[in-house]
Design a binder for this molecule. Sequence first.
Ligand code: SF4
Length: 229
Amino acid sequence: MEEELSEIPISWISEYAYCKRRFYLRYVECVDIRSADMVEGRYEHRIVDDRHITRRGPHITVSRLYVASKKYRIYGFCDNVEFDEKPLKGAFIDFLEGVYTIKPAEFKHGKVRHENEFEQQLCGQVFCLEEMYNTHIDYGLIYYVDSKDRLEIEMSDDLRQQTSITIASIRDDLGKMYSGNRVDKIFPVKYQRRCEKCALFDVCSPKKIAVDTYMKKLWAKGCKNDSNR
Ligand code: SF4
């Protein structure tokens, strides 16, 4: 019988959606190799690691807010959550004693770009906030620290579905692994364009594995004897 993993961190959603193999190496094998980009990103992240609340009129921002969902069994921190006072739309927020719309914001290193794994991570935060505040959230934000751009991400049905599938797949794959299934089958190495930028490229060796697999397939078909040599 497969073991069921209870709660999973929201940050796993992004890593798994990026590459299942990388997820396995980072969170199961605990390979902690960081690229220069990632170290820079970690440094920039200190803006939100320092916990604070700011207010500009009806707009309140809370940094590093802990969120969780019982339905999806996920938990984690939002870098920022923005509350906007909108008496006719939104949720009642106890500590602000008023009705506010809610928007989580995730901080990322680099210049503005659409990355599906970031959007799924944000959607995981939305799942938690919606459940905690019994509300519906239309948009989240990804803030790119280098270019100082804010990308508004619509919480579409499609994105919601992708995210819930990712959460279920993480649980399913780890369950299979803990039940003794072969890791290379569950978290396969697959060379893709993004491998060239991956910090775990040397540990993972996707090109070598692709060549090995090719040769194994040829070998399985049968090796001809070359009598001319
Ligand atoms: S090198 Fe490629 S396959 Fe390997 S972990 Fe990185 S992205 Fe995934």
